[in-house]
Design a protein around this ligand. Structure first.
Ligand code: ADP
Ligand code: ZN
Ligand code: ZN
Length: 807
């Protein structure tokens, strides 16, 4: 198996002795094409000579033992067939790049390496050469050593950490620990006098305690050790003395992730509702391989996961905990490490090469260090041999689907298949399950368990819809804020509570919206809003290709006040700063979190209450647990609802409920204010009453009517080329060929709203697959048509991208 996008395996010649030694899943260096060298994987050892080419000898064997197991190969094969990509695509995605030396790989010197005397002569030569060149690629190394078989040498050097492979390396984030103090729980205000009496002769200690109370009542925030020291005019020794007397306690607020060193704690004992849900899950696992846990925000799903993990650990099984985005989940990592300590490994494609190789090897050797792997979707490719449980947390998240490059797999679905091979169980968890999974549960394909109470019986936040059409009319808006939202913000800030403001700026081309009635023009054939295309001055549907000239009057009410919708978080941040000059405002979106650890810094600051108001995009909806947030404000729910996508309503419901779930998690019931032009929109009504099942019923009905998943499957073909005419002609041809076979189930070719990316013109075709049509035959037809397409000389250079179950 070669890590290249060719749909075949290749046969190479080995000696009798090599055949005794080689095993499936070992790496070998081979030549391919004109003297290019790749790292290949042994897939099969056989005695059938290829007919269309002469088998070449392998260059050399790179492993003593396999680094990939048979289960993985089976899983990869499924991925490549289901998602219509090559095994090579999967292979390349699966292995950490350090395992995949090839001619073009660049090698860098590891400056931390000092043990030069441990290097062989040849290794030293390369190491020396790296003093004069900042980097060398494999071909240059071949020239320096004047021999072809350099992979084993480079591999040794990598293992000795003398060199590294060039790639984007993300350094590890080491947050600074901030020390806080709090009064020991036994000193309630009644006992305060007693306490002060007892310290009558320690004047400075009394001073420190009095200052503590002043600070506590004036700021209502956690009190930093250093602040107390300064404010009380004492010294750190005085406060330390109080800690020693167990009057004060020290603690730290931190958001650390992988460098776990602390001690572990026992699991929290489940509350009665969690206990019931836990037992139901276990019963469900007796019959079903997959179970969906629908548990509202803050119901304590994580505690249930922990309990399940604990059981599987006892059985000696490996556990995979999938998360949509690792960067946003430092809190969760800390929580699990707190329970399971060093057994937790974190795996993410953005971690540095050495970290990834380390986790890979630990999983391969079934080490207890990696018995629990927490990871984003790529951790599905790790060499598990003994999986007992896969948890897919926030299973509704769209980031589980890989867009680019191939394999374009959905990690939730691929996890179900992987678990099947291992005879392992899968738990899908969410407060807002995807329509697909919920339907699978309703149909009995998956088990189903509900948990409808927040831990501590805190009520779900009170959700209020603010009609901004009305507010505009009555001139009660300041910028994008209604008087109502501003009042709620004021109240929260006065109570020293924190506020989250949500503005989703997803999408690119703006939507036209009537300022008077709030309606956006809709496609007559699909259940989506039309998108404004400035360049052509027309309105388009991204799904069926319908288009019409831009309108200058509202089709619903005739008003001429049409707005381009689209304001972002940055503007909201500015407005808040003007309205509340004394308040600390933070912003969390792609722009502010791009740098290293941007997320963790902002999350950490917010957690430490250094930020009062946090403005952000949908990143805020992802499972964060802040105890002091009492208000969540949504600036405009409409642009989300009008997003031109058949999942827009489902996504809006999920996002609004998830972001609402950040309010009032600890003790007090939280508040949510959602600003909208359409307070009677069914989705907003369903959000405000937390009515998932009504949302599900209506959406399912729409999906049925408009032929969308989960009833119809969708395969999207994207064509790309720099030559406009070429891609246009190709798309027309392909459209006709597909229509010949699939009739009315072919949509397009359409031009996406961003019709040219990186100088390539894009055309899209969608094939809808009705419930009874065989997926396998459909794919075979598509591949056949693809082959014919690529046999046409003119079309061959066009990029042909297939996305199965596209989002
Ligand atoms: P979810 O993942 O369902 O949104 P979490 O698991 O984050 O909810 O739980 C919400 C909060 O409640 C967390 O701070 C968690 O520590 C706390 N919590 C949940 N269950 C328990 C329990 N049984 N005992 C103590 N604290 C709990
Ligand atoms: Zn349409
Ligand atoms: Zn109108």
């Amino acid at each position: 198996m070669l890590p290249i996008p060719l749909p075949k395996l290749f046969t190479y010649r080995i000696t009798e002795a090599e055949s005794q030694f080689l095993k499936l899943g070992m790496r070998v260096a081979v030549e391919f094409g004109k003297s290019k060298i790749y790292t290949a994987l042994v897939y099969e050892i056989h005695q059938i000579a290829p007919t269309s080419y002469e088998a070449k000898d392998i260059h050399q064997i790179l492993d003593e033992t396999p680094i990939v197991n048979a289960i993985q190969l089976q899983h990869w094969k499924w991925i490549s067939e289901y998602y219509m990509c090559t095994l090579g695509d999967v292979f390349r995605a699966a292995l950490p790049s350090a395992f995949l030396l090839e001619s073009e790989t660049s090698i860098l010197k590891n400056n931390a390496f000092t043990a030069e005397n441990e290097l062989s002569n040849e290794e030293f030569l390369i190491f020396e050469a790296l003093n004069h060149n900042s980097e060398l690629n494999v071909s240059q190394v071949i020239n320096i050593l004047n021999k072809k078989t350099v992979f084993p040498i480079l591999k040794d050097m990598l293992e000795k950490k003398a060199v590294v492979i060039k790639e984007r390396i993300y350094e590890q984030y080491k947050p600074k620990l901030i020390k806080y103090v709090r009064l020991n729980a036994q000193y309630t205000s009644e006992k305060l006098n007693e306490l002060l009496e007892s310290l009558s002769r320690a004047k400075k200690q009394r001073e420190a305690i009095l200052t503590y109370f002043q600070l506590e009542s004036s700021t209502k925030k956690p009190i930093k050790f250093s602040d107390l020291e300064v404010e009380s005019g004492t010294s750190s020794a005085v406060i330390k003395a109080l800690v020693e007397k167990e009057i004060f306690e020290e603690y730290f607020i931190q958001t650390d992730r992988i460098n776990y060193t602390g001690e572990t704690n026992k699991l929290k004992s489940l509350n009665e509702y969690q206990r019931v849900a836990f037992n139901e899950i276990k019963n469900s696992f007796e019959e079903k391989q997959v179970t969906l846990l629908h548990g509202i925000t803050s119901s304590g799903k994580t505690e249930i996961y922990a309990e399940l993990i604990q059981e599987k650990l006892k059985e000696g099984k490996q556990i995979l905990y999938l998360l949509p985005e690792i960067a946003l989940t430092t809190q969760l990592i800390t929580r699990l490490q707190n329970y399971f300590g060093v057994k937790v490994s974190v795996f993410h494609s953005k971690y540095s090469m050495n970290e990834r190789v380390e986790v890979w090897n630990n999983v391969l050797d079934n080490k207890s260090k990696a018995q629990i792997v927490l990871g984003a979707r790529s951790s599905l490719f790790l060499p598990f041999s003994n999986l007992g449980l896969i948890i897919v947390d926030e299973e509704h998240e769209t980031s589980y689907k890989q867009f680019d490059p191939a394999p374009r797999y959905h990690a939730r679905d691929a996890a179900v298949v992987l678990a099947n091979i291992h005879s392992a169980k899968v738990l899908l968890g969410s407060a807002t399950p995807s329509i697909e999974s919920y339907q699978n549960a309703k149909e009995g394909k998956y088990g189903f368990v509900e948990l409808m109470r927040r831990h501590g019986n805190v009520l779900l936040p009170e959700i209020e819809l603010v009609d901004i059409k009305e507010k505009h009319r009555k001139k009660r808006m300041k910028g994008h804020f209604s008087d109502r939202l501003l009042m709620l913000i004021n109240e929260a800030l006065e109570e020293k509570e924190q506020v989250i403001l949500f503005q989703n700026r997803r999408g690119f081309s703006p939507i036209i919206e009537c300022e008077t009635c709030g309606i956006s023009p809709q496609c007559p054939n699909c259940d989506v809003s039309l998108t404004y295309h400035k360049f052509k001055n027309e309105l388009r549907c991204h799904y069926c290709g319908f288009h019409q000239a831009m309108q200058y009057k509202c089709g619903a009410c005739g008003s001429e006040k049409l707005n381009n919708k689209g304001f972002g978080t940055e503007q909201i941040e500015l407005e808040i700063k003007e309205l509340f000059p004394d308040v600390k405002v933070g912003r969390m979106d792609l722009d502010t979190t791009r740098g290293k650890y941007g997320y963790q810094k902002i999350i950490g600051q917010f957690q430490a209450q250094e930020i009062d108001v946090l403005v952000g995009t949908q990143m805020l909806s992802k499972g964060l647990d802040f105890s002091n947030v009492s208000l969540v404000g949504v600036l405009n729910a409409d642009n989300m609802l009008n997003f031109p996508d058949f999942r827009a309503h489902e996504r809006s419901f999920q996002m609004l409920l998830q972001v609402s779930g950040r309010a009032g998690r600890d003790k007090k019931r939280g508040k949510v204010a959602i600003q909208t032009y359409n307070p009677y929109h069914q989705i907003l009504q369903q959000v405000s009453t937390n009515d998932y099942s009504q949302m599900f019923k209506e959406q399912l009905n729409d999906r049925w009517q408009f032929h969308y998943p989960p009833f119809y499957r969708m395969i999207r073909i994207t064509l790309k080329h720099r030559d406009f005419n070429k891609v246009d002609t190709g798309a027309q041809w392909l459209g006709k060929s597909l229509t010949n076979v699939f009739k009315e189930h072919v949509l397009g070719p359409t031009t996406p709203s961003v019709s040219r990316v990186r100088n390539e013109y894009i055309r899209i075709l969608i094939i809808k697959i009705p419930p009874k049509q065989s997926l396998k035959t459909t794919k075979e037809h598509i591949l056949k048509i693809k082959n014919v397409f690529q046999a046409v000389k003119d079309f061959r250079p066009i990029k042909f991208i297939i996305d199965v179950d596209s989002y």
